[in-house]
Design a protein around this ligand. Structure first.
Ligand code: BES
Ligand code: MN
Ligand code: MN
Length: 459
């Protein structure tokens, strides 16, 4: 292991140069205009895997974006770790809020990253993170210390719901047989308090439409006597959460697993500074469900948020109009044992129920995902905790994240293997936002932790 860590140390600068090359590719999955960049990125990832020492490297076609596969089987009797990551990124807009162009990576120091952070779209989510695995694998190959088999799946549609991956995994079940799945696509609680993520929330996502009059109307001639769909929609959305922060949808909490008092006490051991949290996002006060701490509200409790709302005239100047239609996108983060199908159905029923008789409403479901929990008494969790404790030289705690990686629950169903979420990002990395960045410290700690995980897990 010493030799592997030494190899990593000696190759640090090259790792950054190679990652920069990957970050220069605008592999935006949500926008078809970037298809060529997506394909180019898949090719570059495949080359990296090959050069690092993987066999059977393949850019696998799917109905959507290709999946990059590679493996190194050293002994069929040894365990197999399947590494998952994604090379696609979120759209970078609003562009004007970036200090430098999103696909021209550079390093700059920040308060949280005094030793520097890499700024670029995808630096933390997820190129900088899956690339740690490619480089850790290279280091193990170069120093002859790979202790078990490894397979890689790096997909290109995570940010748009992993549409092709689900089918592909089912079709390639035998090829992907493994003992556990290792994923770096989440965050640490903080640099000082490293964590292994033990839970992810699920997701239900809907788009709603409220239709009032059958066409736009003059707001002087008709105003006062017709339902304005924007007003109706606003009232309906406001009604979805009550004064106590509870979601009012009938049966919404029916399947919510109440987390035990012991686990709640354990998770609240993480030092939380609400004042600092508010300051970091320019707020004077937090909100949420009564009876739960801020940490609990963002992890073990389900939520509902309107992500966007539009309708009527939004251009320059004034136009006196009562619009025919109003729209909104609404996401709900789910916890065990809620399911996206169940919650989407309950949302639809409730939304139709609360709609006044003089409007029409339409609810269209988008992609969703199941929540995921990795119990802390599993071999997988223990191997990750020990690896990170060695790399960071401090105690590592379990931590449930509020984000979602829907594929984890699917992996468990289809491959019968648990996912370990050993992520090294931080909440302040601005993923999905302008000026996304990833700490150099985090990047290197990740590369060191991975061979240690393999060593612990293979034992
Ligand atoms: N890597 C994130 C999820 C994440 C980030 C989990 C940080 C925990 C901590 C992933 O790429 C992502 O953005 N997921 C989406 C869901 C997906 C269905 C679009 C999300 O959480 O919104
Ligand atoms: Mn991600
Ligand atoms: Mn993401």
């Amino acid at each position: 292991m010493q030799e592997t860590l030494k190899y990593i140390q000696e190759n640090k600068q090259r790792y950054i140069d190679e990652l920069f090359e990957l970050l220069r590719i605008a592999s935006i999955s949500a926008d078809p205009a970037y298809k060529d960049e997506v394909l180019k990125c898949a090719g570059v990832v495949a080359n990296h895997l090959k050069n690092a020492g993987a066999d059977e490297v393949e850019v696998c076609e799917t109905p959507g974006n290709p999946i990059v596969y590679g493996e190194k089987i050293i002994d069929k009797n040894l365990p197999t770790v399947l590494v998952y990551g994604h090379y696609d990124v979120q759209p970078p807009d609003p562009l004007e809020l970036w200090n430098k162009p999103p696909f021209e990576p550079y390093i700059q120091k920040t308060e949280i990253h005094p030793d520097g952070a890499i700024f670029a779209r995808g630096s933390a989510d997820d190129k900088g993170q899956f690339f740690m695995h490619v480089k850790a694998f290279e280091a193990m190959m170069q120093t002859n210390s790979l202790p078990c088999n490894v397979k890689f799946i790096i997909e290109g549609e995570e940010e748009v719901g992993s549409v092709s991956l689900a089918g592909w995994v089912t079709e390639n079940k035998e090829k992907l047989a493994c003992d556990c799945i290792l994923i770096s696509d989440t965050g640490l609680y903080s640099r000082e308090q490293p964590t292994v993520t033990t839970g992810l929330r699920g997701l239900s996502y809907v788009e709603v439409e409220v239709e009032g009059p059958d066409r736009d109307l003059h707001s002087g001639l008709y105003g006062g006597a017709v339902p304005n769909p924007i007003h109706v929609l606003s009232r309906m959305i406001a009604q979805l959460i009550d004064e106590k922060g509870k979601i009012t949808i009938d049966g919404f909490y029916d399947n919510v697993l109440e987390v035990s008092t012991e686990e709640r006490a354990e998770m609240n051991k993480l030092k939380d500074d609400p004042a600092k949290f508010m300051e970091s996002i320019g707020l004077k006060g937090v909100e949420g469900e009564e009876g739960y701490t801020k940490l609990e509200r963002t992890s073990i409790r389900p939520t509902l948020d309107c992500n966007g709302i539009w309708g009527g005239y939004t251009g320059e100047g004034a136009k006196t109009v009562i619009p025919s239609k109003a729209f909104a996108k609404i996401s709900m983060r789910l916890v065990p044992y809620q399911t996206p199908d169940e919650i989407t159905e309950k949302f639809k029923n409730y939304f139709e129920k609360i709609a006044p008789d003089n409007v029409k409403v339409k609810v269209t479901p988008h992609h969703g995902g199941m929540p995921y929990v990795l119990p802390s008494d599993t071999k997988e969790f223990q191997a990750a905790r020990k690896a990170m404790e060695t790399a960071f030289g401090t105690e590592v705690l379990p931590y449930r994240s509020g984000g979602s990686i829907p594929i984890t629950a699917m992996f468990e169903d289809v491959l019968g293997a648990k996912s370990v979420l050993m992520g090294f990002g931080q909440d302040s990395d601005a993923i999905h936002s302008p000026n996304e960045h990833y700490g150099l410290f985090n990047f290197y700690k990740g590369i060191e932790s991975i061979p240690l995980f393999f060593e612990n897990y293979a034992q």
